[in-house]
Write a protein that binds this ligand. Structure first.
Ligand code: NAP
Length: 364
């Protein structure tokens, strides 16, 4: 029996492959897992590990949306099923919960850690009143990783992302601290979130930027102007968050009243009644394209995002197996040029992304 996996970790998974010289047991790694499933893959930037073309963001399993609809046992199943399907980029953050989402992800990855590219984030802190603050101080960052590793039950994460730049701390100082964590072997690569090209350049001067995570979807396209082309040119992975427009673009939310009390989306400008009704024209157009290409609106929304670049890996969220499977199928959906053109020409939405909700999060 071959040995593989992280020393001391729970027994790694083996798969049997057959080739000309017979049957062999091989380790299941994130790279082989993605390939074994047949899901299309790309790399996490030019030099990064291979990942399935679609990732999974775990925030909504523990935070921000639909508190009553959460169920940790199902969420664990969703994460494990995602890996089976080749969805190998798993994204979380210490602030989601706060902290409980990392614990949940850690439970789901028990025995399967080597099959994923595990990404978490640092730099935002939530207090009891759901207000969010930034902290990019080097000593804070260097201490926070140990909490994340303990909650995730791992000895390193593959991607550690600065959730937001702290305006009170020069980016060079925060990024320098993150680079030290690479040196220390606690993280393999480091990334940024919600930044400008100028920010990326400043960080690159100190240590390579492996990824940039920002909102990108059919109704949030700001990153396409400069950041996505720059990332593509530099071989940096671009990880679109909220690629389904926080659920809106799937057509499953038919009225803002459907969102339960306490759901963060109730505070967002695009989900206010008047804006919501105006924005339905966008979903209607997505639905028409979906019918034409024989897919669902969620699949079309994701396929459009994937089409924006070779290193673009959307991290969409769900806490349901049904949606997980539906969305994973979008990894193989290539939209014809006329569908892409129609989606490119959709009107801009009514309403800002965040408005006055979560002041610590909005803006750069
Ligand atoms: N860096 C940042 O600042 C930042 C900010 C926001 C998010 N993120 C990351 O991005 C990830 C995804 O973002 P997100 O969760 O806001 O956005 P999303 O993927 O755009 O939307 C998730 C919502 O869509 C619903 N949904 C998913 N698939 C569906 C389908 N096929 N049909 C109908 N509804 C469907 C989900 O419902 P259910 O939950 O009921 O399944 C959930 O309410 C997060 O988990 C997080 O990792 C990062």
């Amino acid at each position: 029996m071959s040995r593989c996996g992280t020393p001391g970790a729970e027994a790694p998974r083996l798969a049997t492959i057959t080739n000309d010289s017979g049957e062999h047991d091989v380790c299941v790694t994130a790279e082989s897992r993605a390939r074994m499933t047949g899901m299309r893959t790309t790399t996490l930037g030019a030099g990064g590990p291979e990942v399935g073309r679609i990732g999974l963001g775990c925030m909504g399993m523990s935070w921000a949306y639909d508190e009553g609809g959460r169920d940790d046992a199902t969420s664990v199943e969703v994460i494990r099923r995602a890996i089976d399907l080749g969805v190998t980029l798993i994204d979380t953050a210490d602030v989601y919960g706060p902290y409980s989402n990392e614990q949940l992800v850690g439970r789901a990855l028990a025995g399967r850690r080597d099959e994923v590219v595990l990404a978490t984030k640092v730099g935002l802190l939530a207090d009891g009143s759901r207000a969010v603050h930034r902290n990019g101080r080097p000593e804070y960052i260097k201490g926070a990783i140990d909490g994340s590793l303990a909650r995730l039950g791992v000895d390193h994460v593959d991607l550690y992302q600065l959730h937001r730049i702290d305006p009170a701390v020069p980016l060079e100082e925060s990024w320098g601290a993150m680079a030290e964590l690479v040196e220390a072997g606690k993280v393999r690569a480091i990334g940024l979130s919600e930044v400008s090209v100028e920010d990326i350049r400043r960080a690159q001067a100190i240590h390579p930027v492996a990824s940039v995570q920002s909102e990108l979807s059919l109704w949030t396209r700001d990153a396409l102007a400069e950041v996505v082309p720059y990332c593509e040119e530099q071989g940096i992975a671009f990880l679109p968050f909220s690629p389904l427009g926080r659920g809106f673009l799937t057509g499953s939310i038919t009225s803002p009243d459907q969102l339960p009390e306490g759901d963060f989306r109730r505070h967002l400008p695009r989900f206010q009644k008047e804006a919501f009704d105006a924005n339905r024209a966008i979903v209607d157009a997505v639905r028409r394209v979906a019918e034409r290409v024989g897919a669902t609106p969620a699949q079309v929304a994701l396929a459009w995002v994937i089409a924006q670049g070779d290193y673009v890996v959307p991290i969409r969220g769900t806490k349901r197996l049904r949606y997980l499977e539906e969305n994973a199928a979008a990894g193989d959906l290539e939209l014809p040029p006329d569908a892409l053109a129609e989606l490119d020409a959709l009107p801009a939405p009514v309403g800002d992304r965040y408005g006055t909700a979560l002041p610590g999060v909005r803006g750069r």
